[in-house]
Design a protein around this ligand. Structure first.
Ligand SMILES: NC(=O)c1ccc[n+]([C@@H]2O[C@H](COP(=O)([O-])OP(=O)(O)OC[C@H]3O[C@@H](n4cnc5c(N)ncnc54)[C@H](OP(=O)(O)O)[C@@H]3O)[C@@H](O)[C@H]2O)c1
Length: 292
């Protein structure tokens, strides 16, 4: 597994990260989750991305990682979900960090992100201040924002981010280009969420109501890729950008995880193919925004 620097944070991460939204469902047996996480670790994955809204994800990660804790990079998100505390306040961020520390049975968190709050919340400033104080106290190594579009751009302009998590995939290219290069040049670590475009090629018909339905329509508009197939190139497309530190793929299936490892090992796409996929997107782009 290839490793990449996470911006200027001093952290190194595996280029294939584990999107731990996939292990939150209580319907997924604990033994299955343990096996999946073991396959991830054995494959060399060192970055795990979770959130309090991902069901049992944080507690399962905490229970599993145990003695491995210091060898992995743990990223979570805050701003909501602390009993008795109003969401998206200074207190909700400070208490959210403490709750994550307790839930994941650790004394520090590597990365903590504000979880897709709207622009107006960021503009108030209190949630950012709370996160900065958590970092000053040493509870958190790197801080940032997870989200899209206007709110993401506002967060980036504030100069406080160590890490940005945002949607990057063949069907979601709004962040690619000069903007991303500038962010990278500032030393901000970039994590790609939804890197497979939620694998929408799996649906023969429109997956109405699916949280990535919009990608299915974009895929249809774009037509097939000039070479290979979407499943054969989607992950490699994202990893072709050196500015991306890690692609956070979500899967509950160990075989899919191993397939993704194989895809990452196949290496980056040739510039010509990557550029033609960008042109394909640009030709159909109807102001397509990043999907939260
Ligand atoms: N606002 C936010 O902060 C936010 C929002 C979205 C995502 N994220 C982060 O990004 C991570 C990934 O996002 P995501 O799960 O929405 O999107 P994704 O990684 O693009 O796609 C995940 C989907 O692809 C399938 N899949 C994975 N590998 C596959 C393979 N080799 N073959 C076929 N299907 C495959 C998974 O199903 P199987 O389980 O069947 O493999 C799952 O349904 C999340 O876990 C989370 O960490 C953050």
């Amino acid at each position: 597994m290839k490793m990449r620097q996470l911006g200027s944070t001093g952290l190194q991460v595996s280029e294939l990260g584990f999107g731990a939204g996939s292990i939150g469902s209580p319907d997924l047996p604990a033994c299955h989750v343990e096996h999946l996480l073991k396959v991830a670790l054995d494959s060399g994955i060192t970055l795990f991305d979770t959130a309090p809204s991902y069901g049992l994800s944080e507690s399962r990660l905490g229970a599993f990682l145990g003695s491995m804790r210091r060898e992995i990079v743990l990223a979570t998100k805050v701003g909501y979900g602390v009993p008795g505390v109003v969401d998206w306040t200074f207190e909700s961020v400070a208490a959210g960090v403490q709750k994550a520390l307790d839930t994941m049975q650790t004394d520090y968190l590597d990365v903590v992100l504000l979880h897709s709050c709207p622009l107006e919340t960021l503009q108030r400033g209190d949630v950012i201040q709370a996160l900065l104080e958590c970092k000053q106290k040493g509870h958190v190594r790197a801080i940032g924002y997870s989200g899209e579009n206007e709110a993401r751009d506002y967060a980036l302009a504030g100069g406080w981010l160590d890490v940005l998590e945002t949607s990057i995939n063949v069907f979601d290219q709004a962040f690619l280009g000069d903007g991303m290069q500038q962010v990278h040049a500032q030393g901000i670590g970039i994590l790609a969420k939804r890197p497979l475009g939620n694998g929408v090629w799996r649906f023969p018909n429109c997956p109405a109501g699916f949280h990535a339905e919009a990608y299915w329509h974009r895929m249809l508009a774009m037509g097939p890729p000039p070479q290979l197939t979407w499943p054969d190139l989607a992950l490699r497309f994202v990893l072709s950008y050196p500015a991306v530190s890690s692609a956070l793929v979500g899967t509950a299936n160990p075989e899919h995880l191993l397939e993704n490892v194989k895809q990452a090992e196949a290496g980056v796409l040739a510039d010509e193919l990557r550029e033609s996929i960008c042109r394909q997107f640009a030709a159909c782009d109807q102001g397509w925004q990043g999907l939260i």
